[in-house]
Structure formats: structure tokens, C-alpha cells
Design a binder for this molecule. Structure first.
Ligand code: MLT
Ligand code: MN
Ligand code: ZN
Length: 307
């Protein structure tokens, strides 16, 4: 059976951990080497292997992530990469800025994204137009309707995009009135093994479509941005609630942990896209203990999950 896996390249939310300008207890703690705190880069995963991969989201930290992941590095030709194509969940800065770092490619970069994301990346933040002056992009349309597709070069991996509610980037004309396709989650299926992983780093609401995909998956990697909705307000860091920027908090009656507790015990449950303010980053915190007690894992950079 084809060996396939998912590698967490970056487990933190936008800003990373520590964030460059943040002096909160956790960011200061990780800088000072406080036990129980581990640095994390910004939101990205790779799926496939052993030599050919789909990069899912292109993080601002992509060069560091490639340095840390030998399977993505050039090995077969003078100019080469394990990255066969890039898939986007949305057009946010933390998921797209790394596209610039791939500009040295000899051929155009195969890219999969929905229409609203393509519009944002050619208008509000025209990254794809700029890349046209370098390697260029060969854009493939992602339909947010659950239809299956494959990325050439990564055989045996079936991919489906599901519509979900989160938020498009601030430069999107529909920031405050989402359209279908602004944000998607992906189901990755190893055709040979039948194993499935559901990935949604930004998820404000668990609707029936998302819930069905979560229940059908062997592992779920879902929004781990905030522990509580007013986390950044309490810390005096921002006036925004998590829900206002498209993230369902973990704690509370209808929080992510409550949802995850309703999944089968056999489902591997993991939080990803973790903001530097989230106390679950501290291995010694009661919030992390609550995750562990609930059978929920906190993703870290380099974590690998068999598919
Ligand atoms: C988000 O996930 O809400 C955004 O990526 C925030 C950001 O721009 O860093
Ligand atoms: Mn983000
Ligand atoms: Zn911080």
C-alpha cells in the first residue's frame, strides 16, 4: 500500500509563536525558553509522500518549513522540489504570502483555489498577478461542493473541498458578508487505504456538511485559534472577538471541544492554527490538561499523521 501521510509544517495561527511584536506571557515565555512552551510557525500542512506532496497553504514561514522538512527539498534534479502543487483554504495573509517564496520555480506553479479566493488574490491582494512576473501560476478551480479531484504528481490522493463559514481576508470585498468559497475545508483520502483526514484551520461554525465530513474522517485537524471568544480582548491585545474574525473557540457549551467529544473515540482529534494567546500552547496549563483529558491533541510543527 502506498505510504501516504500528512505533515504539519506550521501549527500556529497568523503571527506565529512567538509573534514578532508580542510580549504576552506566552510569547515572552517561549523566547525565554520557559519549559512547556514550544515555538511554532504559521499555518500550513503537506499531504502525500514519500517524495511528492501537495502543499496546503503557503505560509510566510515556508522557507523555514522546507528547511525543516527534508522530503520537500530538491533531490532529483538540479532544480527540484517535493511540492507538486499548492492548495489554499482561503486567501488570508498567513496562508498565501509564502507563494512569493516559490517564485524561482522553472515552470508555472500549479495552484488550486476557489473563485472568491482567486478574485481576492488577483484584486485586493494581487499576489498572483505579481507572480506572473516570475514563475506564474497555473490556476485550477476548486469547487466548494465536495466533488473529488487529484493533484497531478501526487497519485492516490483524493481531495474534496467543503464549504464552511470562517472569514475572508480583510482586503476582501466580502469580509463582512461571506460568500460560499471564501473559506473551505479539505478532506484528504488515501484511495488505497480508504483513510481520510479532515482539515479546517479556520472554522467558525460546524454546519451539517462539516459535521458529516468530521464524522467520516479517521482524523480531524480543526480550528485551534482561541480558547475563549474574548481571549484577545481580555489580554488587551485587540478589540475583536474570535467569532468576529471567523474562529470557533474551544471552550464552552458549543465550543470545539464539545463538538469533538461527540466524535467516535476512534477518531484522532487535533487542534491546529493555534494563536499565540491560546493557553493550550502551554503544556503545563489547565487548558492543555482539559484537551488531553478530552483526548484532543495540540498540533506542533513536524507532527506526522499516517493517511
Ligand atoms: C485569521 O486566521 O483570522 C487570519 O489569518 C488572521 C491574520 O491575518 O493573521
Ligand atoms: Mn489565519
Ligand atoms: Zn503573544
Amino acid at each position: 500500500m502506498l505510504t501516504m501521510k500528512l505533515v504539519v509544517l506550521g501549527s500556529s495561527a497568523g503571527g506565529g509563536f512567538p509573534q514578532w511584536n508580542c510580549n504576552c506571557t506566552q510569547c515572552a515565555g517561549v523566547r525565554a525558553g520557559k519549559p512547556g512552551l514550544q515555538a511554532r510557525t504559521q499555518s500550513s500542512i503537506a499531504v502525500g509522500g514519500p517524495y511528492n506532496w501537495v502543499l496546503v497553504n503557503a505560509s510566510p514561514d515556508i522557507l523555514q518549513q522546507i528547511k525543516a522538512t527534508p522530503a520537500l527539498q530538491p533531490a532529483r534534479a538540479l532544480r527540484d522540489s517535493g511540492i507538486q502543487g499548492v492548495l489554499l483554504v482561503d486567501g488570508q495573509i498567513d496562508h498565501t504570502t509564502g507563494l512569493f517564496m516559490l517564485r524561482e520555480r522553472g515552470a508555472s506553479l500549479p495552484l488550486w483555489c476557489t473563485d472568491p479566493v482567486y478574485d481576492d488574490l488577483t484584486q485586493g491582494n494581487p499576489i498572483l498577478n505579481v507572480l506572473g512576473h516570475f514563475c506564474g501560476v497555473q490556476r485550477n478551480r476548486v469547487l466548494p461542493d465536495g466533488s473529488a479531484f487529484e493533484v497531478p504528481g501526487v497519485p492516490g490522493l483524493r481531495i474534496r473541498a467543503l464549504p464552511l463559514w470562517s472569514k475572508p481576508a480583510p482586503f476582501s470585498p466580502h469580509r463582512e458578508h461571506n460568500v460560499v468559497g471564501d473559506n473551505v475545508g479539505y478532506v484528504f483520502e488515501n484511495i488505497a487505504s480508504g483513510r481520510r483526514i479532515f482539515y479546517a484551520p479556520g472554522l467558525a461554525e460546524i454546519d451539517p456538511t462539516v459535521w458529516e465530513a468530521m464524522r467520516a474522517a479517521d482524523a480531524v485537524l480543526v480550528d485551534g485559534t482561541f480558547w475563549v471568544d474574548d481571549e484577545m480582548i481580555r489580554l488587551g491585545i485587540s478589540s475583536k472577538r474570535g467569532s468576529e474574525i471567523g474562529h470557533l473557540p474551544q471552550f464552552g457549551e458549543n465550543g470545539m471541544l464539545a463538538w469533538l467529544s461527540r466524535l467516535p473515540a476512534s477518531t484522532r482529534k487535533l487542534l491546529i492554527h493555534i494563536n499565540n494567546t491560546n493557553p493550550i500552547l502551554d503544556e503545563n496549563s489547565p487548558e492543555r490538561a482539559a484537551c488531553t483529558a478530552a483526548g484532543v491533541e495540540v498540533c506542533f510543527d513536524g507532527l506526522e499523521i499516517a493517511l
